[in-house]
Design a protein around this ligand. Structure first.
Ligand SMILES: *Cc1c(COP(=O)(O)O)cnc(C)c1O
Length: 236
């Protein structure tokens, strides 16, 4: 029986695939940030990933991350919330994450802005707008039609930095079939940039099974769990 690949081997594998996809798209591999999605995995696995060179991590639950952060507070990494956030947890999220990649609602943004102001660090909280691309698998995300208004309204918050867009497209066995969704998000970003007259540098799209397709469509941030940490337990 083959031994389970280590986090180091997985990381190098993924990194290599990112580089190949970037080159195929005539893009610079350094433009693409790899977020290791560590949800359900223990703090020890995150430290191991950090030690082999990963610097961005994604979690989908505030409470789970609060429980792991104390064991990892010495790491100089960027912590992203990538899962749906309820407004009533916004203040806690602003305390323990550097970036909320899943903002889909104005009142949530308002609470994040207030919480970030109360931290008093003078730094802005990075946020991405999560856009719902029509798949039935996920309910979260603002509709494509409502995203321009949300983007405009987010610009008014003094303590938030709107960095771009994120999406979770519907699952397809063949990742090439997901490319039209990624293409739509890229075009939506261009439209928003024209409308708000400001660049939005970040397109967060692509997961373990479809990140190469996402890079071909312009992704600047891929969120990869399984291909780095292995399969997640079904009922954590
Ligand atoms: C879990 C998750 C991922 C990672 O999924 P994998 O298929 O394990 O790579 C990426 N993005 C979001 C929003 C997730 O919830």
């Amino acid at each position: 029986m083959a031994t389970t690949p280590t986090i180091r081997e997985n990381f190098h594998n993924v990194r290599e695939k990112i580089e190949m996809a970037a080159l195929r798209a005539s893009r610079k591999p350094q433009e693409i940030v790899l977020i290791a999605v560590s949800k359900t995995h223990p703090a020890g696995a995150i430290r191991e990933a950090y030690d082999v060179g990963l610097r961005h991590f994604g979690e989908n639950r505030v409470q789970e991350w609060e429980g792991k952060l104390s064991a990892l507070a010495d790491l100089r990494a960027t912590w992203h919330l990538i899962g749906h956030l309820q407004s009533n947890k916004a203040a806690r999220a602003a305390k323990v994450f550097h970036s909320v990649d899943s903002v889909d609602d104005w009142s949530l943004a308002q609470r994040l802005d207030r919480a970030q102001a109360e931290k008093g660090t003078g730094e802005k909280l990075r946020v991405l707008i999560e856009v719902h691309m029509g798949g039935e698998e996920t309910k979260s995300g603002v509709s494509e039609a409502d995203s321009p208004e949300l983007a405009e309204r987010l610009l008014a918050f003094a303590h938030l930095e709107l960095a771009g867009l994120m999406c979770i497209p519907p699952f397809r066995d063949n990742p090439d079939e997901v490319r039209p969704f990624f293409e739509r998000l890229r075009k939506l970003k261009q439209q928003l940039e024209a409308r708000i007259a400001r660049p939005l540098p970040t397109l967060s799209m692509g997961m373990s099974h479809d990140f190469e397709a996402a890079i071909l469509e312009g992704s600047t941030e891929v969120r990869i769990g399984t291909a780095i940490f292995g399969t997640r337990p079904k009922n954590p």
